[in-house]
Design a protein around this ligand. Structure first.
Ligand code: HEC
Length: 149
């Protein structure tokens, strides 16, 4: 009786082992790099949608708000609540850093949407892909930055 019982258990375990091996053989290979790539889609170009008008005062509100851009956590700028120093100061942006000719509104749209296209090692978080803020918000932020002279 004892022998029969233990034989049954051995057979049960063998059955489980064979089923598990079959399931593993049929499943795709686990590739950690693919999992990472799926979680972190590479940066893409974002074109500024035409016809959106920017509002600088709304831009300042987004700049300051923790739940949206949270830009002030890393950047200083006129009117900013707090003054983070992880990123460069954006104070007097258009006559300072932003005076460089390539820094068009489209350049800013890309920088704010997904800064990784300008610097793959940036610590500035992608905004548009995570839907933290939308295109209209970015256009408002650009209007605000353009007002800093
Ligand atoms: C976690 C910190 C962090 C946050 C949050 C952040 N930035 Fe940045 N930002 C940076 C860093 C660092 C740079 C410098 C460039 C680089 O390292 O990629 C930068 C660069 C920039 C530049 C380019 C300046 C220039 O002309 O060279 C702009 C414009 C800018 N940020 C705007 C924003 C706005 C607007 C927000 C909010 C939507 C924001 N940043 C949120 C860290 C941050």
């Amino acid at each position: 009786m004892v022998r029969t019982g233990s034989r049954a258990i051995v057979l049960l375990w063998m059955g489980i082992a064979v089923t598990a091996a079959g399931a593993l053989a049929g499943s795709p290979q686990y590739d950690p790099q693919q999992v990472y790539a799926d979680l972190n889609p590479p940066p893409v170009e974002h074109a500024m949608p035409p016809g959106l008008a920017g509002d600088a005062s709304k831009g300042l509100a987004i700049f300051n708000k923790t739940e949206t851009g949270n830009c002030a956590a890393c950047h200083c700028a006129a009117g900013a609540k707090g003054c983070g120093d992880i990123g460069p100061s954006l104070d007097k942006y258009r006559s300072a850093l932003g005076a460089e000719p390539e820094k068009s509104d489209q350049w800013l749209f890309q920088q704010i949407s997904d800064a990784r296209l300008h610097n793959k090692d940036t610590v500035m978080p992608p905004m548009l892909p995570t839907k933290a803020i939308g295109a209209q918000d970015i256009v408002d932020l650009i209007a605000y930055l353009n007002s800093l002279k």
